[in-house]
Design a protein around this ligand. Sequence first.
Ligand code: LMR
Length: 396
Amino acid sequence: MFERLDKLPPDPILGLMAAFRADADTQKVDLGVGVYRNEHGETPVLDAVRRGEQAVLSRQKTKSYVGPAGNLEFNQAMERLTLGDDHPVLATQRVRTIQATGGCGALRLGAELLRAAAPDTIIYASTPTWANHVPLLTGAGIKLERYPYYDPETGGVQIDAMLSYLDRLPPRAVVLLHASCHNPTGADLNPAQWREVLGVVKKRELIPYIDMAYQGLGDGVVEDALAPRQFAAELPEALIAVSCSKNFGLYRERTGALHVLNPTPVTAEAVLSQLVRIARTIYSMPPDHGAAIVQAILADAALTASWRSELDEMRNRINTLRRETVAQLAKACPQRDFSFIERQRGMFSYLGVTSEQVKKLRTQQHIYMMDDSRVNIAGLRSETIPYFAKAVAQVL
Ligand code: LMR
């Protein structure tokens, strides 16, 4: 049986992570996989997470099953984190949440739900989008198409092209949107542009599928959640996949959730029953530990405040690194304008070099980035930025 199977190439992001680990060079720089790193190059356990974890362990009396939708208190806490404590939709019983195995699990559950509701659904994703969106969503049997998004000339969003593309879609077409910190480009919509997108979504009766994997790492917890909050206030239906990997630093605990906004509480009950069935047929129930930690943090005002200040620190560090990178690149390569990096948000930016140049940076300078020149800005450090800028100047 298994002799029929061909060996597959490694996943583009995780394969790069393995290649970096295997490189023995002492100056190597990892700008590949999207994990936050502090000024020592470490991805530490947040202090609030450590304290939340201790609280969970000291309170925990059993390892028995939690339930098919996961930790219900976590689900409610995540609704409030995503939508805001006083969001009007929370009182209407129209939102249902299922705990998921990270943002990936949430995205897949949503795609499976869409297929159950309408097998011929097409999801429209930005050009470009996160590499794993494609297998995650099409793996559920859903077709994926692309709308124009990134403008390499300006490092911003081609808003007119995006809007006019969306304005031609049929009703119930699903539009995948990155709430903030667009992966892989770092180019986000501003509040006025979100309004325009919402206008077209309403007019064409489209279904937004919002992926929020970086809440708090762009402009702030509230600012980054502008789209889910505004869309949920004005639309009958939406899907919102959220991840606690980056903002809580819980990567390996696989903690996330899928929120579904429904036209009525009755539909909401039907949707939750479908989601629970879908999860049961794939993995039965989500792992508890990460969700229990997040719930412990969000249920305790002091822990929440401590988490928020650690999150602020991560965000400020990334935005400082963006400024320092632009300054050093301007010095090392004055002929080229990299100022767009400072205008972008979150962990990622496209450096805008060719795949040949990316290869040279990897083999000659031991600097690892994705083949399409996506760099994880959080992988840089004040000490490594000059080395990075000089290396870029050498390959340009
Ligand atoms: C990334 O884009 O590097 C992260 O979201 C990690 C991943 O799972 O790909």
